[in-house]
Design a protein around this ligand. Structure first.
Ligand code: AMP
Ligand code: MG
Length: 326
């Protein structure tokens, strides 16, 4: 597979449309359109719209492929949610004209819960809390073949394109293909360039990135690890898989996700790491869990065999794993 493969072309097109939809909704957001799912995690009209668009485009092009995705239309079909469904339908129509509410629900429900030999993993909005706060979020889409991620696309609509101008242009699209490198483009697909991880050789040069949400990772353990490794620069807290993007382009050196002590049994979802992991790896980085095990994308929607996540520039991986044994 290369950048001209139908898989890469459709994944980029789908992520671009979803990204435009999300930004349109985010900039008009006035607190409406959000509700809590039964697990109390937030879902917005943008999550539904993004999933509908991406599932429709992938299903149309690759009717045989499974798509494992985070949302389904169950809540959306409830009678007291009809205003939300109307809004989702109207937003999707701006990108796929003539779509009915029934079609939008059926596209969302292309998403399945079970993995197969070849499937797509989709997080229509990763970092919903960041999205609602006006911070970072991502649209994350990956192709997984025989348990290996072979393609990853990550749209980060609110991420600055150039670290030297953090208040400048925003909207990045990351693409990686196995064995073919990682690239960053603008939201429109322009300015495509290869990206590489940092060359930091000593932990003291490193910068850590971690979740904003304290429930998603153990910030205290991260801080202790930083002290142990003489990392003096402050950690960069960021929502979503945008963390993988900034590591892949060399802005930070380590992404730590030690399971939170509030929920030590938590297992990561495949769609929260599939796209990001290939983008970091193809840029020269290394991705494992906090015990050094490779990430398992073949067993189901949860990475049951893994605990937490460690992403590095490769060079520093072993020394950090060693320090995590504390
Ligand atoms: P982040 O923005 O990196 O904090 O990650 C957002 C993702 O964290 C969401 O998509 C959730 O699937 C995931 N998440 C939810 N609860 C937890 C938890 N207890 N530990 C780790 N990740 C979680
Ligand atoms: Mg997510």
């Amino acid at each position: 597979m290369d950048q001209n493969s139908p898989e890469a072309i459709i994944a980029i097109q789908a992520a671009m449309k979803a990204s435009a939809l999300c930004e349109k909704i985010r900039t008009n957001l006035s607190g409406g359109g959000t509700h809590l799912k039964s697990d109390r995690s937030p879902v917005t009209i943008a999550d539904y719209g993004s999933q509908a668009i991406i599932c429709k485009l992938i299903r149309e092009k690759f009717p045989q492929d499974t798509i494992v995705a985070e949302e389904d239309s169950k809540e959306l079909r409830k009678s007291d949610r009809s205003r939300i469904l109307e809004q989702v339908t109207s937003d999707v129509n701006a990108f796929i004209s003539g779509s009915s509410s029934e079609e939008v629900c059926s596209w969302i429900d292309v998403g399945s819960n079970s993995v197969s030999d070849r499937f797509w993993a989709l997080d229509p909005i990763d970092g919903t809390k960041g999205f609602l706060r006006g911070d970072q979020y991502a649209i994350a889409l990956a192709l997984i073949e025989k348990g290996k991620v072979t393609l990853g696309v990550l749209a980060c609509p609110n991420l600055y394109t150039d670290v030297h101008h953090p208040l400048g242009e925003k909207g990045c699209l990351f693409l990686a293909l196995r064995g073919k490198g990682s690239f960053q483009m603008d939201s429109t697909g322009a300015n495509k360039r290869p990206i590489f991880v940092s060359k930091a050789k000593s932990p003291s040069e490193a910068i850590i990135t971690e979740s904003v949400e304290p429930d998603h990772a153990d910030h205290l353990t991260h801080q202790r690890l930083a002290q142990k490794l003489n990392i003096s620069r402050p950690s960069l807290r960021m929502d979503s898989q945008a963390k993988y993007g900034i590591l892949a382009r060399g802005e930070v050196t380590l992404y730590l996700r030690v399971p939170s002590s509030a929920d030590p049994g938590y297992r990561e979802n495949i769609w929260d790491h599939a796209a990001g992991s290939i983008i970091a790896e193809e840029a020269g980085g290394r991705v494992t869990d906090v015990l050094g095990r490779p990430l398992d994308f073949s067993s189901g929607i949860k990475m049951e065999k893994n605990q937490g996540i460690l992403v590095s520039n490769g060079i520093l991986h072993e020394v950090v794993l060693k320090a995590l044994e504390m």
